[in-house]
Design a protein around this ligand. Structure first.
Ligand code: PMP
Length: 316
């Protein structure tokens, strides 16, 4: 069996949200041959709608499709489909400052396979839902626990792409953490069990003496679009930013820790628990660097500051 290549996706139709039909022997159900993306549409004060860097999601899906042996929509097809879906659901985009419309594109092996192999057919679909804050804390600090037993990704695995199985792998640790009152889990690398990787659904940053560091992308971490954007914003605001290996010990004397992602935007971390010991940051207050970057990014995303880099796409 070969990987299917190409971008032979039809223009698609708009359907009311509901169940879809799928072969019991589809590639997605049996072998997890699926990828997803996540992006948000924000309402501007003039009523128009903004997407944030949707072509980055399209490119990440294409990179993931290569890893998962799937064909993928072109960047143009992806962005057009997102625009069409959002415009059809315009009334569900909340007012400025009241949340956003979360957009979930999915690419899956929908064709039937019996023995392990890439599926013979693929389906690309998008669904949307209005959302508020990801963590119940909002911009208040979140509390993480470092996982010592389970890992999210292994070198050579699929951690660097947004495939569905990566999320199945974190459900157990994440549920256990939430049951104990933590907001989420911070994962370490599985080789040394020492270097920070990322949280279940966001990237992590550490601030020390105004230098901002984040784990370098090494195939086991998802290259977050918010991560990339925050690095850019921080540099343009005069911060020094390092992408490197960050050991768990560095958390002990960090000034601030924060997470980034489409869903979590910029979420300050109030405490991290590791091997039963808890390190706290900011005395229950949001750190100055986290706050500054949060404000800069959300203003851009909501069209409240000038988009000098052309990161937003306006829909009428
Ligand atoms: N890491 C993981 C594992 C994620 O699921 C996400 C959310 N897509 C991120 C990081 C952040 O990526 P982005 O900023 O593109 O949403």
């Amino acid at each position: 069996s070969k990987c299917l290549k190409g971008d032979n996706f039809s223009s698609g139709e708009l359907l009311r949200f509901g169940n879809i039909e799928l072969s019991p022997s589809s590639g997605i159900l049996n072998y997890g041959q699926g990828l997803f993306e996540g992006l948000k549409a924000y309402r501007k004060q003039d009523g128009s709608i903004l997407l944030f860097r949707p072509e980055e999601n399209a490119l990440r899906m294409r990179t993931g499709a290569e890893r998962m042996c799937m064909p993928a929509p072109t960047v143009e097809q992806f962005v057009e489909a997102v625009k069409r879906t959002v415009l059809a659901n315009k009334r569900w985009v909340p007012p400025t400052g009241k949340g956003s419309l979360y957009i979930r594109p999915l690419l899956m092996g929908s064709g039937a396979v019996l023995g392990l192999a890439p599926a013979p057919e693929y389906t690309f679909l998008i669904f949307v839902s209005p959302v508020g804050n990801y963590f119940k804390e909002g911009l208040a600090p979140i509390h993480l626990i470092i996982e010592n037993e389970f890992h999210r990704a292994t070198p050579g695995g699929t951690g660097g792409v947004k495939t569905v199985g990566n999320y199945a792998a974190v459900l157990k640790a994440q549920s256990a953490a939430k049951a104990k009152g933590y907001s989420d889990v911070l994962y370490l690398d599985c080789v040394h069990k020492r270097y920070l990787e990322e949280v279940s659904s966001c990237n992590v940053f550490v601030v020390k003496n105004s230098v901002i560091s984040t784990p370098a992308i090494r195939g086991t971490i998802l290259p977050g679009i918010t991560r990339k954007s925050i690095i850019n914003v921080a540099i343009s605001q005069g911060f020094e930013v390092e992408e490197r290996l960050i050991s768990v010990e560095e958390l002990l004397d960090a000034d601030e820790v924060f997470c980034t992602g489409t869903a979590v935007v910029v979420s300050p971390v109030g405490s991290i628990t590791y091997l039963g010991k808890r390190v706290s940051y900011g005395d229950r207050k949001v750190g100055v660097v986290s706050q500054q970057l949060y404000t800069a990014l959300t203003k851009l995303q909501m069209g409240l500051s000038e988009d000098k880099l052309g990161w937003t796409v306006e829909l009428k």
